[in-house]
Design a protein around this ligand. Sequence first.
Ligand code: ZN
Length: 376
Amino acid sequence: MRKFWKSVVLKIVLALIISVTVVFGITVGGIRLHRLNLSERYNFDYLMGGANKVILFVGDGMGDNHIKVTEAYYEREMFFTSFKKQGHISTASLDVLKSTDSASVATAFATGKKVHNKEISTLNTKELPNITEYLESIGIGVGLVTTDILYSQTIAAYSSHTTNEENVSEIIVDQIRSDVDLFLGSGKSAYSAYKEVILGHGFSYYNNHSKIDITQNKIFGVFNSEEEEKTNETIPSLDVLTKTAIKFMETNYPDGYFLVIECGHIDKMCHNANIFDMMKYLDNFDKAVKDAYEYLKDDKGVSIIVTANHETGGLAYNGETKDQINSMDLITYDGHTLVDVPYYIYFGNDQINQYFLPKVIDNTDIYKICKALLSD
Ligand SMILES: [Zn+2]
């Protein structure tokens, strides 16, 4: 009888180990299971050369429910949900048992590799080549735009390498040395100390958005954040920045460019449990996507990708009306969760439009898609 119970206990322990492996991934004999497999499931070679202009919109913290609640509140559908290719992306980093962070996802987007939380285009001190470096080497212009501070993770992963997102000066120095053609974001006080170095690397430097001359070769636009004192012009909204970025790229790189445009404040407002400002930012994010589409819809070489890095706030939405949204607390958590986040893709090119994209892809696949589209 004792033997029988021993075998039952053994089976339960085995089953538990297998479940943990399947759900979280563990390292066995140096091979990290599950999470790395996610990044090796698909290749997107069939999209090769499908576009010469790609715009990647990243809604930081934007899960499905953020979109649904904003649609209910503003009583309209978000424009980007009309894009034909739709599905979800998995967001896990290599940190088992931790919810993901913006640095690891930004690195997955920029390099196609899974890393640990806080690593910026770097894995265990080894720098990982990012898509910006590849694109610049084949003559494609790159622009990076955010409502957030310019050294924040999404922009940093496309323009620098460091072992920890907190190494701000390392990020800034790398950004100045990078081949990125356009930076637009906040952080005026942090970047002002580097103004001479920025100018020395061929950038035109602006603290005032309305003064930007888009015919300049390289632009560093760094504005007051909304949190900073409003003594000068604060950072313009994302739709305004997006228009400037597209005009700059169309002027300087009419044959091909890659733009990353991030709304960092969907995440920030959820951390602050401020659903109303979250919806305001998401609404403006949608406007930026629509403006980009309207501006470029006659160009068959354009692809627009809308996605998120992770979900923030454990937002609970079950069909509540505008009145109910006004009176209820739908943000349930002050951090990031591990749920899959949506993707929406528009291809101007009819030939690639006929392909079926998998419904659930990995965050590393965003890199593969962008790279394939812009490769010859
Ligand atoms: Zn966050």
